[in-house]
Design a protein around this ligand. Structure first.
Ligand SMILES: [Cu+2]
Length: 311
């Protein structure tokens, strides 16, 4: 991967692969604007799975990332709700933008974070996020141009939309007649009915040597061998679904949840890890893993899944 130029002068210390904030501290301004739906809900609600309420053991007692606050494991109850089998796709997001003329945060700010390893070797110089030099500040990177102005999503209609901020994700959900999942709902759904397992299918990363999700193989960040069949994003329905019928709750892209990361903090929760997670550096491709980012931040490995109240 090419390492261009100097670091962005600002940026929170980010000690993992999961993403960098758009600005130090971030802002809550746009995220606290609770104005009404952008358009009449042209809902894709037929795609939502109906999950019964229940009590599950939330979190993990693994202590590799104490600051993440995965633990302690505790019983949590959720009411019945609906949640999408897969994350919102580029095709879904295109329908939203076509109907509403919505402008994303990345389009307004004119840049987003792209993983350096996905940029062509002849890409013009970019700046890096402090402490996480693989995150490049790419002007012109948007949901329609995930690796910058010369890239497109023409062949990625069924891939997760990325470079969407928490604010953008919430706007889509409002338009579609849904909402972002609460963090507890997300984990309950992601576990697919299995209690206390690291992954949606069990405790083993690659049972029988078989890849079950889209994460990073090789040496992070220099070389992704793509042994799981994917470098960068995979189609939203790649790999087998979990016991509740949800695809790719772990791996592929981080998924925004409604909740704040912690009381009094600006950041919102992201869940599930992404195609950049690797055990050597960021073992956050697990059901219990969580990570913060500010609601105005966007990157090429963050998307979202819609939820809704029980019908
Ligand atoms: Cu990660």
């Amino acid at each position: 991967m090419t390492q261009h130029a100097d670091a962005l002068p600002s940026g929170l210390p980010v000690a993992h692969c999961c993403g960098a904030p758009r600005s130090p501290g971030g802002t809550d301004a746009a995220a606290t604007d609770d104005s009404g739906p952008l358009a009449a809900g042209a809902a894709a609600q037929e795609l939502l799975l109906d999950l019964p309420g229940g009590t599950f053991r939330m979190g993990s007692d693994e202590v590799r990332y104490a600051a993440d606050g995965e633990g302690p494991v505790r019983p949590v109850s959720v009411d019945g709700f609906r949640i999408a089998a897969h994350t919102v796709t580029n095709a879904d997001f295109d329908r939203f933008v076509t109907a509403t003329g919505y402008t994303t945060t990345a389009e307004r700010e004119r840049w987003s974070f792209v993983f350096g390893g996905l940029l062509p070797d002849d890409f013009p110089p970019t700046r890096a996020a402090a402490a996480t030099p693989w995150w490049r500040q790419v002007y012109g990177a948007t949901w329609q141009h995930p690796e910058g102005p010369r890239s497109d999503v023409d062949d990625r209609g069924d891939h997760p939309v990325v470079h969407v901020s928490w604010v953008d994700a919430r706007a889509f959900c409002r338009w579609a007649g849904g909402r972002l999942p609460a963090e507890a709902e997300w984990e309950y759904a992601a576990r697919g009915g299995l209690e206390g397992m690291r992954f949606p299918w069990g405790d083993e990363l690659t049972p029988g040597g078989e890849h079950r999700m889209n994460v990073f193989q090789g040496e992070f960040p220099a070389r992704d061998t793509g042994d799981d069949g994917h470098v960068g994003t995979a189609p939203v329905d790649a790999f087998a679904p979990n016991g509740f019928g949800l695809y790719n709750t772990t791996g592929n892209v981080w998924e925004w949840c409604a909740d704040r990361f912690a009381t009094g903090r600006v950041e919102r929760v992201m869940r599930g890890g992404s195609y950049l997670c690797h055990a050597s550096y960021c073992e956050r491709y697990r059901c219990a893993a969580r990570s913060p980012n500010t609601p105005d931040s966007s990157a090429g490995n963050v998307g979202f899944r819609m939820a809704a109240d029980a019908g």
